[in-house]
Design a protein. Structure first.
Length: 756
C-alpha cells in the first residue's frame, strides 16, 4: 500500500534516494525569520484598528508601519520586500485612513494584470466592510460591464485598473472622470519590477499623461509603489513616476524555513556532455510530490513547455486523483478560467499548477509547499519571485531549480554564489525611446492641447510637436498645438508588445458553436499558430487549420497526436547607422541603429518523450520588420586571413551562443530581451560579425549596455566554454555538438583573439 509522505519526509527522501540525491549539485537552506513588529500608529483611525484586530492582526510589520508614517507625512514611497510580506496593507492603510478623514478623496490602483486586480479588490472590500466605511471600491477593466462603468466613474472612491485600461479607456475620456481627477490623493503602483523594457517605457509615458491631466484638474496625488527585490528600485520608481521617492527596504515580515535546491539532470552521453531533458526530470520530481498530495507549483519558461509538462503530469495523476487536480495557468487563458484555477488553489482542491511567469506576481493562491522551476527563469529577481510562491509565513518550503542544458542554466548551477550573493537585476526602461514617446505625445495631445514650450515630464518635445504638425496630426493655433486627426490614437498603441495587435484563437471542434479560447501576439503567432501547428491549451492539443493573418484569427480544432511542433525563424539584419565604435588588434566593436526582418520558414514535428524530429513542412506568412538598436563585435581583416570559411562559421555560431547568455547575465536582463544574430558576412561591412539587438522597436538601452561591457562579456564567454567538461562542444557551451572535433577549439580560438 502507498504510504503518503509529508513535506519534511519528502525532503529527507530527496537527500537519501540515490536517483535524486546524485543530481542535487547544491542545497541551500534559508533559516526561518521572526517578525519585526511595531505597535499601531497613534493616529491610525480606531475603526481601522478594530477591523485589523478582527482579522487577527495585533501589530504591524516594521515596513508596514514605516510606509504608513511616510505616506502620512506627504512623501512618495517605494517599498521593496519579498513575496507574501504583507505589502497590501502598506498602501491600503494610508488610502483608507485618508478616506475616513475626507469622504471626497479618491485613489487609483494600478496592477499589471487583471488577476491581481480581482484579487486585491476582494481583500480591500473585506477591510472596508469590517471598518463599516462607505467607501466604494471598483475594478475597471475589459470585463467591467457598461452598466457598472458609469457608476465607477461617478462614485468610485478607489478605482482598481491596469495600465492598458488607464491608457486606452480612462485618460482619453478624462472628462467623464472629473470626480476622480479633481480629488485624486493616491496613485498605487503594485509589482513595480514588472515595468521594465518596452512595457515599462510605455507605462512611464502613460504616467506622464496621467500627471498632466491631474495638473489640469488641480490635484497633486502621492505615489505608493511596491516591488519585489531588484537592484535599482528607487531609480526605477523615480524614472517611472517622474517624482522623488522615499525607499523602504526593511522587511519586517516573518518567513518559514526554505530549502533551495539546484538540480542538474543526469548526463546521458558523456563524450557529448548531453543531459537528460529538464522537462522529463521536472515530470519525475513533480510526480513524487503530487502523488504525496503535496501542493506544488511548476514554472516553465514558455507556453509550449507549460502545456507539455501539464500533459505529462495529467497522465501520471489520472489514476490517482484525476486530471482536474492538475491545471495549467498562463497568458492566453480566458479570465474566468484563471479565476477558477486561483480559487481551486486557495481551497486546496487543485493540488498542482503548471504556470509561465503569470503566477510570479502576488495573486493569492494559498499555501503552496513546493515550487519547481523548469530551468533558470532568466533573472535572479524572477527566480526569487517564483520561489516566494511556496511556503508563506512560518511554513517550511522546498524550491527546486532543474537546470536545462542551456549555458545560462549550467553557469548558474555551477556557480551558486553568483545566484545567492549577487544583487538582483537592474530594471532598464527608456521613456524617451522615440517610437514610444511620439505615440504617447499623440495620445496626450488628443487628451489636452499642448502649449508651445510645454515639456512632457522633464522631456523637451517642441521638435516632436512641430513634426506632428507637419504630418497634419496636430494644428498650431497661436501658442497651442491641437489634435486635428479623426483617429483615436490610444487604440492603435499596445503597451505590451512590439507588434500592435493580437491574434485571436478560435476553437471549431464543436459543430454547434465556435468559441474563443485565447489570444497571442503577432510575433509569437508566426511560430506557434501557423497552418498545421499543434497548439496546446490546458493540456488539450489543437491543430491550427487556418491562420488568417489579415483578420488576425487562428482557427483550431481539437486533435490527439503524439508530437508537438516547433518553427524556424529566418532573420536578415542591416545596420542603418553606426553611433559608436572602438577597435582592438583582433576585433572592432560597434553600436547603432539596425533593421531586423524576420520570416517564419519551416516547422518541425517533434515526438513527445523522445523529442525526435518526425517530419516538417513550410510556413507561408509575410515578413515582420523591426527597427531597433544593436551592439556588435566583428573580426578584423588581418585576423580574417588566418581562418578558413568552414572553421570560421563553426567558431562564429559557437561563440554567438555563449555570448548571448553571458550578455544577458552582465546587463542583467532576461535572455529573451536580447537577440543574438551571427553573420559570416554582415551586410554593412562584409565581415564576420556577431550582433546583439534589443527585441523592441527603437531599443530600450540593453544593447548599449552590451556595447559598454563587450570586453568582459567576451572574456567570460571564453571562460565558460573553456571550463565545460565536454570534448568537442555540447548544448551547455557552444549550443550543439560540433560538426568537427575542432568546433569547440575554434570557438575558443575566436574568443581568445577577440579578448586580446
Amino acid at each position: 500500500m502507498f504510504q503518503k509522505r509529508n513535506l519534511t519526509e519528502m525532503i529527507q527522501f530527496l537527500k537519501e534516494d540515490e536517483a535524486f540525491s546524485k543530481q542535487i549539485v547544491h542545497w541551500h537552506t534559508i533559516e526561518e525569520k521572526e517578525a519585526d513588529d511595531r505597535d499601531f500608529p497613534e493616529h491610525l483611525h480606531e475603526k481601522i484598528v478594530h477591523a485589523l484586530h478582527k482579522r487577527g492582526i495585533e501589530k504591524l510589520y516594521s515596513h508596514q508601519a514605516d510606509a504608513f508614517s511616510h505616506s502620512q507625512s506627504g512623501k512618495n514611497v517605494t517599498l521593496v520586500t519579498p513575496t507574501a510580506s504583507g505589502k497590501t496593507l502598506c498602501y491600503n492603510l494610508p488610502v483608507v485612513q485618508r478616506m475616513t478623514e475626507d469622504p471626497d478623496a479618491r485613489a487609483l490602483y494600478l496592477f499589471p494584470t487583471k488577476a491581481l486586480s480581482q484579487d486585491q479588490k476582494s481583500e480591500l472590500n473585506e477591510l472596508i466592510d469590517e471598518i463599516g466605511a462607505s467607501i466604494n471600491c471598483y475594478t475597471y477593466d475589459g470585463d467591467t460591464s457598461p452598466a457598472i462603468r458609469q457608476k465607477v466613474r461617478k462614485a468610485g472612491h478607489i478605482v482598481i485598473t491596469n495600465p492598458d485600461m488607464l491608457h486606452s479607456a480612462i485618460l482619453p475620456h478624462h472628462t467623464k472622470w472629473v470626480s476622480l481627477f479633481e480629488n485624486l490623493k493616491y496613485i498605487v503602483i503594485d509589482e513595480l519590477h514588472v515595468y521594465r523594457g518596452v512595457f515599462g517605457s510605455h507605462v512611464a509615458n502613460v504616467i506622464r499623461r496621467l500627471m498632466r491631466i491631474c495638473e489640469f484638474y488641480g490635484s497633486k496625488p502621492q505615489f505608493i509603489c511596491t516591488s519585489a527585490t531588484i537592484a535599482n528600485p528607487l531609480e526605477l520608481a523615480e524614472t517611472l513616476t517622474g517624482r522623488p521617492m522615499h525607499l523602504i527596504a526593511n522587511n519586517g515580515a516573518p518567513a518559514g524555513r526554505k530549502h533551495f535546491l539546484f538540480y542538474n539532470p543526469p548526463i546521458v552521453n558523456r563524450s557529448l556532455n548531453i543531459r537528460k531533458s529538464a522537462t522529463l526530470e521536472v515530470r519525475k520530481l513533480a510526480s513524487e510530490f503530487l502523488q504525496n498530495q503535496i501542493q506544488t507549483i511548476v514554472f516553465a519558461r514558455s507556453r509550449v513547455r507549460v502545456e507539455i509538462i501539464l500533459t505529462y503530469l495529467q497522465e501520471v495523476m489520472k489514476p490517482i486523483v484525476g486530471t482536474h487536480s492538475i491545471q495549467g495557468y498562463r497568458g492566453g487563458y480566458l479570465p474566468n478560467e484563471r479565476r477558477l484555477i486561483e480559487k481551486g488553489l486557495r481551497s486546496g482542491e487543485i493540488k498542482g499548477v503548471v504556470s509561465t511567469n503569470a503566477l510570479e506576481l502576488g495573486v493569492d493562491i494559498g499555501q503552496l509547499q513546493t515550487c519547481i522551476m523548469t530551468g533558470y527563469p532568466g533573472t535572479i529577481s524572477s527566480a526569487w519571485q517564483q520561489a516566494g510562491r511556496a511556503g508563506r509565513r512560518h511554513n517550511e518550503a522546498l524550491i527546486v531549480m532543474v537546470a536545462s542544458s542551456a549555458p545560462l542554466d549550467q553557469y548558474i548551477v555551477q556557480n551558486p554564489d553568483y545566484f545567492f550573493k549577487q544583487n538582483p537585476e537592474t530594471a532598464v526602461i527608456n521613456p524617451d525611446n522615440l517610437v514610444i514617446l511620439v505615440d504617447h505625445i499623440k495620445c496626450a495631445a488628443f487628451e489636452l492641447p499642448f502649449k508651445r514650450t510645454e515639456t512632457f515630464g522633464e522631456t523637451e518635445i517642441e521638435d516632436i510637436l512641430e513634426y506632428l504638425t507637419e504630418e497634419r496630426v496636430l494644428h498650431l493655433s497661436g501658442e497651442t498645438y491641437h489634435w486635428m486627426n479623426d483617429a483615436f490614437p490610444a487604440h492603435g498603441i499596445s503597451l505590451r508588445s512590439a507588434s500592435q495587435e493580437n491574434v485571436v484563437i478560435i476553437d471549431q471542434s464543436s459543430r454547434e458553436k465556435a468559441k474563443v479560447i485565447g489570444e497571442m501576439d503577432r510575433f509569437s503567432a508566426m511560430t506557434l499558430l501557423h497552418d498545421e501547428a499543434v497548439y496546446l491549451h490546458q493540456g488539450v492539443q489543437y491543430q491550427v487549420e487556418k491562420l488568417d493573418w489579415e483578420e488576425k484569427k487562428a482557427f483550431v480544432r481539437e486533435v490527439k497526436t503524439d508530437y508537438y511542433t516547433d518553427a524556424n525563424l529566418a532573420v536578415l539584419l542591416k545596420v542603418l547607422e553606426i553611433d559608436k565604435t572602438r577597435q582592438t588588434d583582433a576585433a572592432a566593436f560597434g553600436f547603432g541603429d539596425v533593421t531586423v526582418q524576420a520570416k517564419a520558414t519551416i516547422f518541425k514535428k517533434i515526438k513527445f518523450e523522445t523529442h525526435e524530429n518526425i517530419g516538417s513542412g513550410p510556413i507561408h506568412l509575410p515578413e515582420e520588420e523591426l527597427h531597433t538598436n544593436a551592439a556588435w563585435v566583428q573580426l578584423n581583416d588581418e585576423e580574417r586571413r588566418n581562418w578558413n570559411e568552414i572553421k570560421l562559421e563553426e567558431a562564429l555560431l559557437g561563440a554567438a551562443n555563449v555570448i548571448g547568455y553571458v550578455a544577458a547575465l552582465k546587463v542583467m536582463c532576461d535572455p529573451s530581451d536580447l537577440h543574438v544574430f551571427p553573420q559570416i558576412k554582415a551586410v554593412h561591412n562584409e565581415k564576420p560579425t556577431i550582433f546583439l539587438y534589443d527585441r523592441y522597436p527603437g531599443g530600450v538601452g540593453l544593447s548599449q549596455k552590451v556595447y559598454e561591457q563587450m570586453p568582459q562579456i567576451i572574456s567570460e564567454a571564453h571562460q565558460l566554454i573553456a571550463k565545460c567538461p565536454c570534448r568537442f562542444g555540447c548544448p551547455s557551451c557552444i549550443g550543439v555538438h560540433g560538426e568537427s572535433n575542432q568546433t569547440k577549439d575554434n570557438a575558443l580560438r575566436l574568443l581568445k583573439g577577440w579578448k586580446g
